[in-house]
Design a binder for this molecule. Structure first.
Ligand SMILES: [Zn+2]
Length: 361
């Protein structure tokens, strides 16, 4: 007898950890994402996973695709990703294509994808198994930059619950940052592919002077405006090209500076923080996750830097809308702290909320 399809969370449930889920379907075993981090040294425990027949990646961020060195431990399965994500992976990995927005078959299972509004080439994945399984990866429907497509109905949804019960709109986040944008100088350590271009685009559209940017961000803007433009909202590519060509380089403490990496552990941001953290100015503002033990964490704890979130994941109300529109009966909140379980249960009812254990599809 063929067993009913099932979803087994390996990592990424109950806390902000590396994404890794296994789907068992008949004789096949698929893996959704194989991440690393975001805290340094945090790997998913795949020691009991066994052989996997295909790995499907939602996007290229390290906490979703940074665990590929574990491939030999799960039988070196073929890796599926969008072309844009494939270009960001180590060149030794041979990647089979997934559409940005369309449908394909993997191991005889119909896989439908759509853009997830979060990262270059990032997608949600719908697997036609049982009542349907929808994996959102990381997603946002507030992005100025990245397009997001509406997912189909699914009985089970793995949602991006990174923000727990947080429900502040991005428009309010932008207002909180305004005094820093209007001030004499501010450094924002940002990822070159996400909040970096996103904040630069906001500044362009709000008629601020173009921010100072480091060369990694400039290269990312050029990539987004050309080879990766299919994942963008309409019209954005031309705006990003203007920023890439017109924005001055980083290094001056005056004006608005965007520098990577977001946690300050490396890149231009690390150098600028080393120069400026001991002074009163410029202001320093972190806008994303603060991994423990990094300059981002230490400088905000000491009070030298501010933390003001810039949304790149869904708010609670976005996830409520998603659960309603998909008609999901079972919701697995991924990447968020399980202390929010009661809030999720109330918000997503009558769907049931599971934060651990195997789920029949
Ligand atoms: Zn991500």
């Amino acid at each position: 007898m063929v067993a009913a399809p099932a979803l087994v969370p390996v990592s990424g449930c109950g806390s902000k950890g590396p994404a890794c889920f296994v789907v068992e379907a008949g004789n096949w075993r698929l893996m959704l994402d194989l991440g690393y981090g975001p805290q340094p040294g945090l790997w998913p425990d795949v020691s009991r996973v066994g052989r996997i027949d295909a790995l499907l990646l939602s996007h290229g961020h390290a906490d979703h695709a940074g665990g590929l060195k574990l491939l030999p431990e799960i039988g070196n399965p073929p890796v599926y990703a969008t072309d844009i994500v494939a270009r960001s992976l180590p060149s030794r990995i041979a990647v089979r294509p997934l559409p940005l927005n369309g449908s394909t078959e993997v191991l005889g299972i119909r896989v439908t994808t759509g853009r997830s509004g979060h990262a270059p080439g990032g997608i949600w994945l719908h697997l036609a198994l049982g009542d349907g399984l929808l994996y959102m990866g990381d997603n946002s429907n507030e992005s100025l930059l990245y397009a997001c497509d509406t997912p189909p109905a699914a009985g089970t949804v793995i949602i991006d619950a990174s923000y727990g019960d947080y429900d502040v709109p991005l428009a309010e986040c932008r207002m909180s940052l305004r005094p820093f944008f209007d001030g004499p100088g501010v450094l924002l350590p940002v990822p070159e592919n996400g909040r970096g271009p996103e904040i630069a685009l906001h500044l362009l559209r709000s008629a601020f002077p173009l921010p100072r940017i480091d060369e990694r961000i400039r290269a990312a803007l050029r990539r987004l405006a050309t080879t990766d433009a299919a994942c963008l909202c309409p019209g954005v590519a031309a705006e990003l090209a203007r920023i890439a060509e017109g924005a001055p380089g980083a290094g001056e403490p005056r004006g608005i500076t965007l520098a990577s990496r977001a946690d300050g552990t490396a890149g231009e941001a690390a150098g600028l923080l080393a120069q400026w953290a001991g002074r009163d100015s410029p202001a320093i503002v972190f806008t994303g996750y603060l991994p423990p033990g990094t300059p981002a964490d230490e400088l905000t704890r000491s009070g030298r830097a501010k933390y003001l979130r810039w949304n790149v994941h869904p708010r609670l109300s976005d996830n409520v809308s998603l659960v309603r529109s998909t008609g999901a009966r079972t919701v697995l909140p991924a990447f968020g702290d399980a202390k929010h379980r009661k809030t999720w249960q109330r918000a997503f009812a009558p769907a049931q909320v599971l934060t651990a254990g195997s789920i029949a599809l």
